[in-house]
Design a protein around this ligand. Structure first.
Ligand code: ADE
Length: 225
């Protein structure tokens, strides 16, 4: 899978992609992630990427020309399954969307800043708009990172235990059951006996019951699905 992230702040993205599971996905060549600095497509001597909004008002708007030049150049090299804009007014990101994106070959993630992007960018280029929650971030970079983390771990071979992505919370609309490790007794707090029993059937039954209980209490909206 190839992901191009268009950003004004590539430095914001570097660390998360150089650690843990995303780093592993890249090192194993199961994913290729490129940060494209939009500033390089800016206009004039100062490489301007934004301008005042028509009609007045506070804040700057990201201009269409630099973004168009950047996306058109990328499209000359690859065919993209989706060109995604990270924005608080996009569709809410969830596990189902992550699963769908993990099946794609090439995607672009466009990170916004300031007051957002010229509306015509959306009309001309954007095929999907994603929000990671009902709050406003300073830019799309952290949202793009969240999306990539959720997607890359789903690519077969990225996680060492192939089944572990399937048992994540939200796969099948259920929250994951509690987990424990040694010691079996910490200051009198004991691990449930069933987990020490060695009876895998009983363990699975217990985990399912715990998942159901937790989902019903914490996320009745998921349970109804
Ligand atoms: N950019 C700013 N806020 C955002 C959000 N909540 N989700 C996605 N992109 C954003």
């Amino acid at each position: 899978m190839h992901i191009d992230i268009i950003t004004l702040h590539p430095g914001l993205l570097e660390s998360p992609f150089s650690h843990s599971i995303m780093k592993r996905a890249i090192e194993k060549k199961l994913a290729e992630v490129t940060f494209i600095n939009l500033r390089e497509y800016g206009l004039g001597k100062y490489k301007q990427v934004d301008d005042a909004p028509f009609g007045g008002g506070a804040g700057m708007v990201m201009s269409i020309e630099p973004i168009a030049r950047c996306i058109e150049e990328l499209k000359g090299k690859r065919t993209y399954d989706e060109i995604i804009y990270l924005t608080p007014d996009g569709e809410r990101f969830d596990q189902k969307t992550a699963n769908g994106l993990s099946l794609h070959s090439n995607i672009i993630l466009l990170c916004g800043h300031y007051k957002g992007i010229d509306e015509r960018v959306r009309e001309l280029f954007i095929t999907k708009e994603i929000s990671i929650g009902d709050y406003v971030l300073s830019g799309g970079e952290l949202a793009a990172t969240v999306v990539c983390d959720a997607v890359l771990r789903l690519i077969p071979g990225v996680l060492s235990d192939e089944t572990s992505a399937l048992s994540d919370s939200f796969q099948d609309n259920m929250l994951a059951p509690p987990v424990y490790t040694r010691p079996a007794d910490f200051r009198g707090l004991r691990v449930p006996d069933v987990l020490l029993s060695g009876d895998t059937g009983k363990v699975e039954e217990w985990r399912l019951a715990q998942s159901i209980k937790k989902t019903k209490i914490r996320r009745p909206d998921l349970f109804d699905k």
